[in-house]
Design a protein around this ligand. Structure first.
Ligand code: PRP
Length: 183
């Protein structure tokens, strides 16, 4: 298969662009201003939940102006496909004690809510000064546990979405926009 054919095959999974790169950047700018207003000059620790939030983290950390440190955790709840396994597993933990920090969890999507429900409980037990959650996407129609992010940039319908960090079987994370996945 030629390179062009391979790329075309890959692009078949991109059914429809739902949120453009420009719309994402405009929303991030506003979210950064909101975070600045909430913390009012106090230092924060941004905690990104990998892998999905890695692109959002890179942009949101540059949109805030309060003193800022960053940290990473890895949690998995979906494996090789579009169905939730119903299991949230922390596969990589933070490298520091978060007591004394205003912690802001940076997530790409709240779907059933299980991942953030579990992670916020785990982090609250570690006694941060405060704990808030910012999510790029929210799919409230899929919620299985009662969870609400403090800052949510886009509410979306129940589409399987890819791009801007989100994957389907680990592919499409590099797209600069959010698209509906379809074959
Ligand atoms: C996705 C996403 C969230 C979680 C949301 O992660 O990044 O962390 O699912 O789903 P929930 O609200 O139903 O718990 P995933 O487990 O697919 O791992 P990834 O970030 O490595 O893609």
């Amino acid at each position: 298969m030629k390179v062009e054919e391979k790329i075309k095959e890959y692009e078949k999974g991109i059914k429809k662009v739902l949120i453009t790169a420009e719309e994402i950047q405009a929303a991030i700018k506003k979210a950064g201003e909101r975070i600045d207003a909430i913390y009012d000059g106090r230092p924060i620790l941004l905690v990104s939940i990998l892998k999905g939030a890695f692109v959002f983290m890179a942009d949101i950390c540059r949109a805030v102006h309060v003193p800022c440190e960053i940290g990473f955790m890895c949690a998995k709840s979906y494996y090789e496909g579009t169905q939730s396994s119903g299991v949230v597993k922390i596969t990589m933990d933070l490298d520091r004690d978060i007591s004394g920090y205003h912690v802001v969890i940076v997530e790409d999507i709240v779907d059933t809510g299980r991942t953030l429900n579990d992670i916020t409980k785990i982090l609250k037990d570690r006694n941060p000064v405060s704990l808030r959650v910012v999510t790029l996407l929210d799919k409230p129609s899929r919620r299985l546990v009662d969870f609400k992010a403090d800052v949510s940039l886009f509410t979306i319908p129940d589409y399987f979405v890819i791009g801007y960090g989100l994957d389907c079987a680990e592919k499409y994370r590099n797209l600069p926009y959010i698209a509906e996945f379809g074959e």
